[in-house]
Design a protein around this ligand. Sequence first.
Ligand SMILES: [Fe+2]
Ligand SMILES: [Fe+2]
Length: 292
Amino acid sequence: MSFVLAHLSDPHVPPLPVARLRDLAGKRLLGYLNWTRNRVSIHRRDLLDALVADLQAQHPDHIAVTGDVVNLGLDAEFAPSLQWLRGVGAPGDVTLIPGNHDAYVRGALERFCKTFDPYLRGDDDASGFPFLRRRGPVALVAVSSGVPTPPLMATGWLGGPQRDALDAMLAQLADEPVFRVLLIHHPLRSAQSHKRLTDAPQLLEILKHRGVELVLHGHDHVHATIHVDGPRGPIPVIGVPSASSIAHGHRPAAAYNLFAIDGGHGAWRCMQTVRGFGDGAAVSELERVRLV
Ligand SMILES: [Fe+2]
Ligand SMILES: [Fe+2]
């Protein structure tokens, strides 16, 4: 029996509450205008709910949610977003990390971490990043790349202390018979400099030396598969579209991934199944790929 890890990302839980003018200083004002002009018709609650219902019907063993749960970090967004996440699953069954929208302005990330606290704790019950959760044969290593950025920027940053702690955590896991999955909001390579992970080169060095079996990310709202260097060969890095989005421009409609993991140390197998709306009105299987 394989262990099935589901991955969804960037729900941007709709609808965005009506904001008070005094909440909309600086970056939030631009974001609010962007939402009310564009995103309001792109991120749809009915799609998100249908996607989550389909995911739950697959009975995965665990669910990873890689950030951008809220949009502008407004006070009024947190309670409905927590209610949504509780509907996805219990804290022991769902691992969450923040995205840049969850750290939209100074103070938002603290609020995010407080609100979603039980979904953001490692097995040692400590708070902070990185944290480690073991589920079946899988070791989930969760980092935070969400930082407040200037208007029109959506970059991410792990920072030196988090990178050092990640390096130490991966060094400890290196000899264990576990399937290591790194959860990060930002992709590891980005063509758009205003959306990139600024310390990606340092993270790639860590992965090259320590290795993981799989990296899962969101942020770009597209299906993405690349490989990066690991100590024993290439590591698959998989991005998933927004869980609430209609197809628009080059971005596909809402989808999620299932990773069926079996085998053992040195002989892991991992099958990726993509489920989403595709061109249709209902969620269906879109693709099946043998990854590892
Ligand atoms: Fe996003
Ligand atoms: Fe993002």
